[in-house]
Design a binder for this molecule. Structure first.
Ligand code: A2P
Length: 288
C-alpha cells in the first residue's frame, strides 16, 4: 500500500546551492552524532518495494548530476554498512534525494526502508560516476534508458537545466514490471514541464516512454525489444540512432546494460567515459 509521508516528493525549483540555508525551513532538529551522518528530511513510499528519501546535504559536497555516492547505516557492531546509491536530486538542490528498492532480507534496505524524517544515515561525500553530461560528446538528442531503480541518476539529470541547454530532445525510457513501479519516474516527468522555473526550459523537449513487462499498459514489453523493433522510434516520431546526433545513457541490470550496449554499437555509437567522451555511457543500477 502506498504511504506518502511528505506531500511534495519533488523539489523542482533550481535554487542555487546555499549550504547554510539547508535547514532553514525544516522543523527537524539536526544533531549529528557522527561527522559523516546526514539527517533524513522526508520519506516517500511509492509501493511496497520502492521508496525515495531526502537528506541534508553536507556543506562540502559538490557533485555532477548523475553521479553516485556511498550511503548506509550503522550495523549493530557499530561499523557502517554502505552501498552505492545514485543521487536522484540535481546538483543545484539544497538537499540530496535517493531512490531505493526494499529487499525484505537485504542487509541494508531491510533497515533503510524504515527510516523516518529526523533519522540519520551515513553518507560518504565522494561522488563518482559515468552517467554525466561531460562523458558524452555534444549531440542533438539524449536518450536515458533504464530499468527499475536505474531511473535514479536520470531523476537528477532530468531536473538539471544543463541537460536541456545541451540537447534539443531528451527521452526517458523506463521499463518496470508494473505500472506502480513506474510511479516515481511518471510523477517526475509529468511535473517537470509545468514547473514554474525549469518548466520553460524543459518545454516540449522531454519525452517519456514507460514500458511494463508483467502488466498490460500502453507500451508493453522490454525497452530493448522496443528499440530492436524500432517501435520506440516510431511511437515517439524520432529517427533511429546515429553517431552524429544521438547520445545514450544506460542504467539498469547487467542484462539490460549489455543489451542496450549491443544496440548502441550496432548503430555505430561508441562507449564514452569521463576521460574520453563519446556517444553512450553505461552504469549498473545498484541493488542491495
Ligand atoms: P522482465 O519482467 O521481462 O524480466 P527486475 O524487477 O527483475 O529488476 O526487472 C526490472 C525490469 O527490467 C523488468 O520489467 C524486466 O523485465 C526488465 N528487464 C530485465 N532484463 C532486461 C533486459 N535485458 N532488457 C530490458 N529490460 C529488461
Amino acid at each position: 500500500m502506498e504511504r506518502r509521508i511528505n506531500s511534495k516528493p519533488f523539489s523542482l525549483k533550481p535554487r542555487p546551492y546555499r549550504p547554510n540555508a539547508t535547514k532553514a525551513n525544516m522543523n527537524i532538529q539536526v544533531v549529528k552524532t557522527r561527522p559523516d551522518a546526514q539527517t533524513v528530511t522526508s520519506v516517500t513510499h511509492w509501493s511496497e518495494t520502492l521508496f525515495s528519501f531526502r537528506v541534508s546535504r553536507p556543506q562540502s559536497l559538490r557533485f555532477r548530476s548523475g553521479e553516485f555516492v556511498m550511503i548506509g547505516l550503522l550495523k549493530d557492531d557499530g561499523k557502517p554498512l554502505l552501498r552505492a546509491y545514485s543521487i536522484a536530486s540535481p546538483s543545484w538542490d539544497e538537499e540530496l534525494e535517493f531512490y531505493s528498492i526494499k529487499v525484505p532480507d537485504g542487509p541494508l534496505t531491510s533497515r533503510l526502508q524504515k527510516i523516518e524524517a529526523g533519522d540519520e544515515i551515513i553518507l560518504r561525500p565522494k561522488p563518482v560516476g559515468t552517467l554525466v553530461l561531460d562523458a558524452l560528446l555534444p549531440g542533438k538528442r539524449l536518450w536515458m534508458i533504464c530499468t527499475g531503480t536505474g531511473v535514479a541518476p536520470f531523476a537528477s539529470l532530468l531536473r538539471d537545466p544543463e541537460t536541456y541547454e545541451a540537447y534539443d530532445q531528451v527521452v526517458l525510457a523506463h521499463t518496470c514490471r508494473t505500472k506502480q513501479e513506474l510511479a516515481y519516474g511518471a510523477a517526475l516527468t509529468s511535473a517537470l514541464p509545468n514547473d514554474p522555473l525549469i518548466g520553460e526550459l524543459v518545454g516540449d523537449k522531454l519525452r517519456y516512454y514507460p514500458t511494463t513487462t508483467r502488466e498490460p499498459s500502453q507500451n508493453e514489453g522490454r525497452i530493448s525489444d522496443h528499440i530492436r523493433t524500432n517501435q520506440v522510434f516510431e511511437t515517439l516520431g524520432l529517427p533511429l540512432w546515429t553517431p552524429a546526433e544521438d547520445r545514450v545513457m544506460v542504467c539498469g541490470s547487467m542484462a539490460l546494460n549489455k543489451d542496450i550496449m549491443s544496440l548502441c554499437e550496432a548503430r555505430g555509437l561508441n562507449e564514452g567515459a569521463n576521460s574520453k567522451p563519446a556517444e553512450f555511457v553505461v552504469e549498473k543500477a545498484f541493488v542491495d
